[in-house]
Design a binder for this molecule. Structure first.
Ligand SMILES: [Zn+2]
Length: 65
């Protein structure tokens, strides 16, 4: 667990995300990332959602690793 990005910016170029293209700064970067995701999707069917993992990690009832 480590903060990779200090601030929320475009995952492609790091610029502040634009409201219309979140989390990207522009449709161009969105397409760039989409292209990367497609490549990854072909190789591995992973989860393209880097979000949703931070708050719900503190229960600690039974962790079977
Ligand atoms: Zn960008």
């Amino acid at each position: 667990m480590s903060a990779a990005r200090p601030a929320r910016g475009c995952p492609v170029c790091g610029r502040p995300a634009a409201r219309d293209f979140r989390p990207f700064c522009s449709d161009r970067c969105a397409k760039v990332d989409f292209g990367r995701w497609l490549k990854g999707a072909y190789a591995i069917a992973g989860d393209p959602l880097p979000d949703a993992d931070a708050d719900d990690f503190g229960g600690g009832e039974s962790e079977g690793a």
